[in-house]
Ligand binder design. Structure first.
Ligand SMILES: Nc1ncnc2c1ncn2[C@@H]1O[C@H](COP(=O)(O)OP(=O)(O)OP(=O)(O)O)[C@@H](O)[C@H]1O
Length: 662
């Protein structure tokens, strides 16, 4: 085929209006407003908060460069955020290349303008593209920048990326220096209902303080916005850096070594870089991993994380060798990394990230620099105190054994699957490690977010977690075919392992206790009722044998001074306020759902057998005798509402509660 033939066969016969006039060049900050996702990774809640991070990162860069030691993050009403630092202040003199414009205006209105491209003004900065503050400006309705330099205060305002005033001097500022940026994200871009989450912002502010010990971060929040979610004022400073934060995160949990592996090390040579780390190995944890580069969070890890991984893995293998433990050579990185709680922060010059949102560090040097720096300290950590070293080695070998056992089991299962007798478990189930049902529990939780918290809060050996989605099918008003086809019910049946209805064999139950754990609100109670109905109807024998329980999550956390107590409901809250906290100022936090509690709180209040309260669900004797369970459930949950009504009129409570584990 000749070229002429080839091109003659194009399907469209007309070139339409596709000519020079169709080729647009977006000017100034217009591209940012057209395609915000390219600059901030989307327009969702995460992106919204990314705006705050961009401004805070600039203030942090001033601090890390040694020019600022105080930053304030202030959230006002109407999503107005102001971030102030006491650094050098953005330059305000006329820009040599853009006549008539100050450097400040250039910074605010032009992409790729910045002082961080070379190491002249900043050595190890988080900023590098010169895009951050101009993008925030483009996506905000009214931005005001104030700069105090040489005892004079300057101000300029912008809207959606365009100046709405010139740069003006607004007077003397003898006691002030630095930059303040105020902005309100544009609802046209993010939608009318988007807003800053105070708790999220406060976490962000706080995290910067432990990432850089030389800075004090002040938090302020308008009381109308703060509600009872966050304090209206707080000051964050962590002289102990990451180690301080990790200690707080691990709390009283028992760890493989009572001392955490923490340290700080400058990189050799004159590159001004450094690494700081803190690692703990709690006995039961799903792990938590926080990695940063130049104070920017890199949730997807990257080369610095690879360096830490290599240092820990090679270090523990070498220690095993030192103490003559031959199995040490089979330890993998996962055996020492997974389930640990670690924080890693590097400062390097000219970092390279995978994208503008900087989620993953790709600087090749970081891996080697971090590995070398940490490895040396880890060798000492293990060998300086042999008891400690051996305790950690034992812990890691246990993990290795668990891994090998799971692999062997998977291999067996795969074999039995091919012979048609596979034990099928639903993908959503996070099973416990113990095979023997005695002492084990399965928590049926509402929703994936609560499921996530429960997974972190559980004791992996004995507690399994099965998240179910929203309201499950009401089995009392559904026919057998519908029940059989319902995914949530199939998952439940498979997880419990004992079969449904007449095929239900309680001896095959895979756990000792089945715990229904739903939010402490009306929806939660409804879901719990649907689940109880399911058990009454499909597996009554399990209820008769006392396997079914209801968890009792609290509704409030009450804090007075340094003491916190949990209240189950309003009456309990009133009681605590009247007795334990009498006459004190009480801060009240209401948990809107299980997912809002952090894993530590969830464990302490609702899951840990040592501190929780469970209710056992029992079948009332008189109903068993009079009409049988079937009839009772039919009346309560079945198709005829008038039966339900009659029952409610005649009876106060559906089940007797029995408190155990109090
Ligand atoms: N708080 C501040 N104090 C001093 N200078 C600042 C401050 N904020 C911004 N600047 C100056 O403005 C420049 C541009 O900032 P911008 O946030 O647009 O990009 P960046 O921080 O250089 O890089 P990135 O796009 O990666 O964030 C910075 O390089 C710095 O020179």
């Amino acid at each position: 085929m000749s070229n002429d033939d080839l091109f003659a066969s194009a399907p469209s016969t007309s070139s339409g209006n596709y000519d020079a006039s169709s080729i647009e060049v977006l000017e100034g900050l217009e591209p940012v407003r057209r395609r915000p996702g390219m600059y901030i990774g989307g327009t969702d809640e995460r992106a919204y908060h990314h705006l705050a991070a961009e401004i805070l990162d600039n203030a942090m860069d001033e601090a890390v460069a040694g020019h600022a030691n105080r930053i304030e993050v202030a959230l006002g009403t109407g999503n107005r955020l102001t971030i102030t630092d006491n650094g050098r202040g953005m330059p305000v003199d006329p820009h040599p290349k853009y006549p008539g414009k100050s450097a400040l205006e250039v910074i605010m209105t032009m992409l790729h303008s910045g002082g961080k491209f070379s190491a002249k003004a900043y050595a190890t900065s988080g900023g590098l593209h010169g895009v951050g503050v101009s993008v925030v400006n483009a996506l905000s309705t009214d931005t005001v920048v104030e700069v105090a330099r040489n005892k004079e205060l300057f101000r300029q305002s912008f809207s959606r990326g365009h100046p709405t005033s010139g740069l003006v001097s607004v007077g003397a500022a003898p006691n002030r220096r630095g930059t303040a940026v105020s902005f309100t994200p544009d609802p046209e871009i993010f939608g009318d209902s988007a807003r800053f989450r105070p708790a999220r912002l406060m976490r962000l502010a706080r995290s910067k303080a432990y990432l850089y010990a030389g800075v004090e971060i002040r938090w302020r929040c308008d009381p109308a916005v703060a509600g009872d979610e966050v304090p209206t004022e707080a000051v964050f400073q962590f002289p102990g850096g990451l180690a301080d934060h990790l200690a707080e995160q691990v709390g009283a949990r028992e760890c493989a070594t009572s001392q955490f592996f923490t340290g700080k090390q400058a990189f050799p040579g004159d590159n001004q870089g450094s690494v700081e780390w803190a690692v703990a190995w709690p006995l039961y944890s799903d792990g938590s991993y926080s990695y940063y580069c130049n104070t920017i969070p890199t949730p997807d890890g990257g080369t610095h994380e690879a360096g830490l991984r290599a240092a820990l893995t090679k270090g523990i293998r070498a220690f095993a060798d030192l103490v003559g433990q031959k199995r040490g050579k089979d330890i993998t990185a996962d055996d020492i990394m997974v389930g640990s709680e670690q924080m890693l922060s590097v400062f390097i010059r000219d970092p390279q990230f995978q994208s503008q949102t900087k989620d993953r560090l790709t600087s090749p040097d970081a891996a080697r620099l971090v590995e070398t720096a940490i490895r040396d300290h880890f060798d000492h950590f293990l060998a300086d105190n042999m008891e400690r070293g051996k305790a950690l080695l034992g812990f890691v070998l246990d993990k290795m054994d668990d891994r090998l056992r799971r692999k062997a089991e998977r291999d067996v299962k795969r074999k039995t699957a091919t012979s048609g007798r596979k034990l099928r478990l639903p993908g959503k189930l996070t099973d416990c490690a113990n095979d023997d049902p005695s002492g084990t529990e399965i928590f049926i939780v509402e929703g994936d977010s609560a499921g996530g918290s429960a997974k972190q809060a559980r004791d992996r050996k004995t507690q399994a977690v099965l998240p179910i989605r929203g309201k499950i099918l009401n089995v009392a008003s559904a026919n057998a075919a519908k029940i059989g086809a319902n995914q949530e019910i199939q998952d439940l049946g498979q997880a419990l392992g004992c079969g449904l209805r007449d095929k239900c064999n309680p001896d095959l139950l895979r756990y000792e206790r089945i715990v229904i754990m739903t939010d402490a609100d009306v929806d939660g109670a409804h879901i719990a009722t649907l689940l109880m109905t399911f058990f009454f109807q499909e597996m009554p024998e399990l209820v008769r044998r006392g396997h079914l329980y209801l968890a009792q999550p609290p509704l409030y956390r009450l804090t007075a001074g340094s003491k916190s107590l949990y209240a189950m409901d309003d009456a309990h809250r009133a009681e605590i306020e009247a007795k334990e906290f009498k006459g004190k100022k009480v801060e009240v936090a209401r948990f809107k759902g299980l997912g809002e509690m952090n894993p530590m709180q969830l464990r302490e209040t609702t899951m840990d057998p040592k501190t929780r309260t469970l209710l056992r669900v029992v079948l009332p004797q008189e109903y068993e005798e009079r009409a049988g369970t079937r009839d009772l459930v039919d009346r309560l949950m079945g198709k005829n509402p008038e039966h339900r009504f009659a029952f409610i009129q005649a009876n106060a409570a559906m089940v007797d509660d029995e408190v155990i584990d109090a």
